[in-house]
Design a protein around this ligand. Structure first.
Ligand code: ATP
Length: 234
């Protein structure tokens, strides 16, 4: 059984339907990537899993429990944490205070605490008393990831963590992924950068206009198939 699944997941913003029957599975220990163009529904999928958007139907399961109607706080306490698009740090708080916010709702006994997050991203230890605003974009993204890890999640949802960052910085951030997996988390990574998604993911789902249009392991997906699934067949 998958660790986390969506079955026939739908989502609406008012009258606008953003997701149409999305089925995805995340197995324990796996990293899956969700790729797709702007507006494909990737962020909506993450928000639906995290309980930020609730559709009133039991269409998400985690660890054998139906969580589709649970609140975002409850889902986080169960072990699903999100690194939101745009990082959303508290600008007036220091790096360390931003990280400590992640301990809200945490489970005891996990791998992650301030020391292990600082081991993962040593630059954050140097900057620990700086306000969030004094950091580079890459450092802010590290804080956002560290903050989510502080809750000791079993599933980490990462929404476009490479957006707007230089390639060398993206590489540094993605270097953390194997260590996060070793510590026991499974990951869902939303990426617009297809090459990056193919490198990091065990399996990839491609979305277009609120639907999954293609899925498979990176080795089995051809460039042409991805192109069609991403932009629509000519
Ligand atoms: P991006 O890469 O731009 O973040 P995405 O694949 O994450 O794109 P979503 O942000 O999930 O896509 O958006 C899916 C659709 O829902 C888009 O058509 C978008 O315009 C619409 N949408 C997203 N958020 C809202 C909102 N708060 N109110 C109304 N429509 C929304």
């Amino acid at each position: 059984m998958a660790l986390l699944s969506t079955h026939d997941l739908t989502a609406h913003y008012g009258d606008f339907q953003a997701l149409f029957g999305v089925d995805i599975d995340l197995n324990d220990g796996e990293t899956i990537a969700i790729i797709g163009a702007n507006g494909a529904g990737k962020t909506t999928l993450m928000r639906s899993i995290a309980g930020v958007l609730i559709n009133g139907r039991d269409t998400v399961s985690f660890n054998g429990d139906a969580i589709g109607n649970a609140t975002a706080d409850a889902i986080m306490a169960m072990g699903v944490a999100m690194v939101p698009e745009g990082r959303r740090l508290f600008p007036s708080l220091s790096v360390e205070e931003n990280l400590l916010i992640g301990t809200y709702g945490r489970k005891n006994g996990g791998h992650w605490n301030l020391d292990t997050v600082y081991d993962l991203f040593p630059i954050l230890k140097e900057r620990r008393n700086n306000p969030g605003t004094a950091l580079s974009g890459g450092q802010q993204q590290m804080v956002a990831i560290g903050r989510a890890l502080m809750s000791n999640p079993r599933v980490l949802l990462c929404d476009e963590i490479s957006l707007g960052l230089a390639p060398v910085v993206i590489r540094d951030i993605y270097k953390a992924v194997p260590k996060i997996k070793e510590a026991g988390a499974s990951l869902i990574v939303v990426e617009q950068d297809i090459g990056q998604a193919m490198q990091v993911a065990d399996r990839v789902y491609c979305m277009m206009e609120g639907r999954v249009t293609l899925s498979g392991t990176p080795a089995t997906l051809s460039r042409d198939a991805i192109h069609d699934a991403y932009f629509g067949a000519a």
